[in-house]
Design a protein around this ligand. Structure first.
Ligand code: ZN
Ligand code: ZN
Length: 237
């Protein structure tokens, strides 16, 4: 089985966990566990992982979707807990984090094109004028489970690219859809586009925004999965 747990988010689903602006989720997978993004504050990431019984030692791969502080803030803490983690991040980015990681000679993959992590997991790189962003695709018998961080390049573009590159349908789409400052019209267009993609489940969180969340919930109905810190979903491999 594949288990996806949201461990850092500004939407709360369990009261003993701490909510904060940012995003991180853990994918427990037979081919190696992945943490996708690390939230903003190390202490909050530590607290939530502990309460969710996720041991940093059990994590094999770290994907940092993009350079913003609310996605990379816990990375150095995590690497101090488990120095063997293999790291993936977009290439064009010379932040202090990357510099400190390079100085420490951590195992780092600076991604400049779409690439596999292993035979079940794939990274796609999407770009706009100011940012490069990685999204994760996980193969299952029912299609791809896609995870996006902030979707600065557009959630629909990311979903379409994922489908085009993997040549498979998207079974579930998790993460920040970046519609928090979008008009109703723009949100509706995203709904129409994602419906066209024939996605079985959507689980938006983080920067999706309250208005978009309520519209997605109504429009996708039973295909809408509530997503916040502590949300866990199981999928067959
Ligand atoms: Zn961002
Ligand atoms: Zn963000």
């Amino acid at each position: 089985m594949i288990r996806i747990t949201t461990v850092y988010d500004n939407n709360l689903s369990q009261s003993e966990l701490q909510d904060d602006w940012g995003f991180s989720c853990v994918v427990e997978h037979p081919n190696g566990n992945i943490i996708f993004d690390t939230g903003a504050k190390p202490a909050i990431l530590e607290n939530n992982l502990k309460k969710l019984h996720i041991d940093p030692q059990s994590i094999k791969y770290l994907v940092i979707s993009h350079k913003h502080w609310d996605h990379k803030g816990g990375a150095l803490w995590l690497l101090a807990q488990n120095p063997n983690i293999i790291i993936y991040m977009p290439k064009t980015w010379s932040s202090s984090l990357e510099k400190s990681l390079l100085i420490n000679k951590k195992q780092i993959h600076s991604i400049k094109e779409n690439c596999p992590i292993n035979e079940a997991c794939y990274l796609i790189l999407s770009k706009n004028f100011w940012i490069n962003e990685l999204a994760l695709g996980i193969k299952t018998s029912k299609g791809i489970i896609a995870i996006t961080g902030c979707s600065h390049t557009g959630v629909l573009k990311i979903a379409k690219t994922m489908r085009f590159v993997t040549k498979e349908k998207i079974h579930a789409l998790f993460g920040g859809f970046h519609l928090m400052r979008s008009s109703k019209l723009k949100i509706k267009n995203a709904v129409i586009g994602l419906k066209d993609e024939d996605i079985n489940f959507i689980a938006p969180c983080h920067c999706t925004g309250d208005l978009a969340l309520s519209i997605f919930k109504k429009e996708f109905n039973s295909k809408f999965l509530k997503n916040g810190i502590g949300s866990q979903y199981l999928f067959e491999v």
